[in-house]
Design a protein around this ligand. Structure first.
Ligand SMILES: [Zn+2]
Length: 244
C-alpha cells in the first residue's frame, strides 16, 4: 500500500490542495510508472513536470549526446553538457529537482526489436521523439502492450498533441498513415515547452482521472496567432496497426 510521507505532503501541497485532487490523486501519481521516449525539446518539458509532480517511477530513453544545436529548446541541459549522454544528464538534473522518486536513464536507440523490453513495467508511454519512423514503433508497442501513448509534435511555431488509448481511440497510424517526407523540423524552444507541458498534463490527468483527455482529438496550436483547434480523429477500420 502506497503512502505519502510528510515531505511528500509538503512538496506536493499546492497540487494536493486542488479541489477534487487531494491525497488520493497524489498517491496515484506516486504509484505511476511512466516511460518517456526522447529527452529532447518535448522531453525536457515532459520530464521536468512529471518529476516535479511526483510521478513515482520515470524511465527516460534516449541514445543521443547533447549537441550545441539542442540548447535552444532542450532545457534539461546546460552548455557544459555538450557531448555528454542525454539520458544520463537528464537523470542527473531531474534527481536534483526531485530526489524522492525513481528515475532511470537508458541509452538506447528505439527499434521494433528492443521496444518491448524497454517498456517493461511501463503504465504510460510519452512520445517525445522527433521522427515518425520511431513514432510508429512506439505506436505498435503501445497497442500491443495495451498502454496509453501521449503524442506530441512541433514544427516552427506550431504544435500538436493527442492521447491514444488502445482499443478506445484511433491510433497514431490512423492519424498519420505514412511518414511525412520532411523529418528534421525547425523549432522554437518555447513551443516545444508548450506542447511538452500539455503532454505532461495529459499524463497527470490520465493517472488521477481528472477532467477529460484528448481522446480522438488532436489539439493543434498555432502560437504565432494563438489559434487553436481540436480536430476530431477517427479510427481507420483498415489501419494495419490497430486492426482488431
Ligand atoms: Zn490505427
Amino acid at each position: 500500500m502506497i503512502s505519502l510521507t510528510e515531505k511528500d505532503m509538503l512538496r506536493y501541497k499546492r497540487q494536493i490542495d486542488i479541489p477534487g485532487f487531494g491525497i488520493r490523486a497524489q498517491k496515484r501519481l506516486k504509484r505511476a510508472q511512466v516511460t518517456v521516449a526522447g529527452a529532447g525539446g518535448l522531453g525536457s518539458a515532459v520530464l521536468t513536470y512529471l518529476a516535479a509532480a511526483g510521478i513515482g517511477n520515470i524511465t527516460i530513453i534516449d541514445s543521443d549526446k547533447v549537441e550545441l544545436s539542442n540548447l535552444n529548446r532542450q532545457t534539461l541541459y546546460q552548455n557544459k553538457d555538450t557531448n555528454k549522454s542525454k539520458a544520463q544528464r537528464a537523470v542527473n538534473t531531474l534527481k536534483q529537482l526531485n530526489p524522492d522518486i525513481e528515475i532511470h536513464g537508458i541509452e538506447a536507440q528505439i527499434n521494433k526489436d528492443n521496444i518491448e523490453g524497454l517498456l517493461k513495467g511501463a503504465k504510460a508511454l510519452v512520445d517525445c521523439v522527433d521522427n515518425f519512423h520511431t513514432r510508429y514503433v512506439l505506436n505498435n508497442a503501445a497497442l500491443k502492450q495495451d498502454i496509453p501513448l501521449f503524442h506530441g509534435a512541433c514544427y516552427g511555431f506550431e504544435g500538436r498533441a493527442t492521447t491514444i488509448v488502445p482499443k478506445k481511440t484511433a491510433c497514431l497510424r490512423c492519424m498519420v498513415p505514412v511518414t511525412p517526407r520532411k523529418e528534421v523540423y525547425p523549432i522554437i524552444g518555447s513551443v516545444a515547452g508548450t506542447i511538452g507541458t500539455i503532454q505532461a498534463t495529459e499524463v497527470i490527468k490520465y493517472f488521477t482521472g481528472a477532467g477529460s483527455l484528448l481522446l480522438n482529438k488532436l489539439l493543434v496550436l498555432d502560437s504565432l496567432f494563438w489559434r487553436s483547434e481540436l480536430v476530431d480523429i477517427e479510427r481507420n477500420p483498415g489501419c494495419p496497426d490497430c486492426r482488431r
